[in-house]
Ligand binder design. Structure first.
Ligand SMILES: [Zn+2]
Length: 270
């Protein structure tokens, strides 16, 4: 499942390839991912020109000039692929945008996903994105003090809180594993009782882990806009059940935490 690093890279690549490209064709194979009827979606998008593309957490925000925003979420995963010519495009997709120069963008979802189009005014009312918390790499709101203060007010366990997209946008069940390990925190730890020193470590781990994975192009089993896999695969404890903890040598365990699985070092994370 793509998280902040994969989505951030995808948005940056989309910005390079799509900026200035005018939509000359729209094909919708499945309209469930849309927020409008297929015909309305088509008539809005046709003839529009892509502007800047940014990300916030797991959502991609593309400007469609004049006056629109194209919002994309890959849900549990998907393929967003840019093809310079139709002969190079994939067979499977749910949505396809053709551009005037013959290049095209195809979007497929492994399970579910969202491709929404909203107006400038509609963006503020778009519930799924309007409620997102700050992006820990993009948003100046996400400071050490903000993070520390907000954690004090939180009820519940730290893992669920960090994965709540309304608190911080972009962390899912993949990157959370090593982030908690680096802070020495058990996933079930009550957030409000975590001492300041550990919150500092947690803040640093969030920024550094997401930045590092982004610089490596994201996860090795996710693909970018050109179909290339990422290069991040060296987890500390994530997905390393039965292996030795890189800090203390204890055996890494896979445990159930709420509705998700967690990988922890039973000695380093309390
Ligand atoms: Zn350990």
């Amino acid at each position: 499942m793509p998280e902040l690093p994969e989505i951030r890279n995808l948005a940056a690549q989309m910005c390079v390839e799509l900026n200035g490209r005018r939509v000359s064709g729209v094909e919708i194979r499945h309209d469930k991912c849309l927020n409008l009827g297929a015909e309305e979606f088509k008539s809005l998008v046709l003839g529009k020109t892509f502007g800047d593309v940014l990300s916030r957490g797991k959502w991609i925000f593309a400007r469609l000039e004049p006056g629109l925003h194209f919002l994309l979420s890959l849900g549990m995963g998907g393929d967003v692929l840019f093809s310079p010519k139709p002969e190079a495009m994939p067979d499977k997709y749910r949505l396809r945008l053709d551009f005037e120069d013959g290049s095209l963008l195809t979007i497929g979802f492994w399970w579910f996903g969202y491709a929404h189009v909203v107006t400038d005014r509609g963006l503020a009312e778009h519930k799924m994105t309007a409620d997102l918390g700050p992006d820990p790499l993009n948003d100046p709101t996400f400071t050490r003090d903000w993070f520390n203060d907000r954690l004090s007010e939180k009820k519940g366990n730290i893992k669920a809180i960090l994965m709540d997209q309304r608190f911080i946008a972009g962390i899912g069940n993949v990157y959370i594993q090593d982030i908690l390990f680096r802070a020495g925190l058990h996933p079930d730890r009550r957030a409000a009782f975590i001492p300041r020193e550990q919150r500092d470590r947690l803040y640093t781990a969030i920024r550094e882990n997401l930045e590092r994975a982004t610089s490596l192009g994201g996860l090795a089993y996710e693909r970018d806009l050109y179909g290339r896999p990422g290069r991040f695969k060296d987890f500390l404890v994530g997905y390393r059940e039965g292996a030795a903890c890189p800090e203390c040598g204890a055996t890494i365990q896979k445990i159930r935490t709420g509705s998700t699985s967690s990988f922890i070092c039973p000695r380093c994370q309390a």
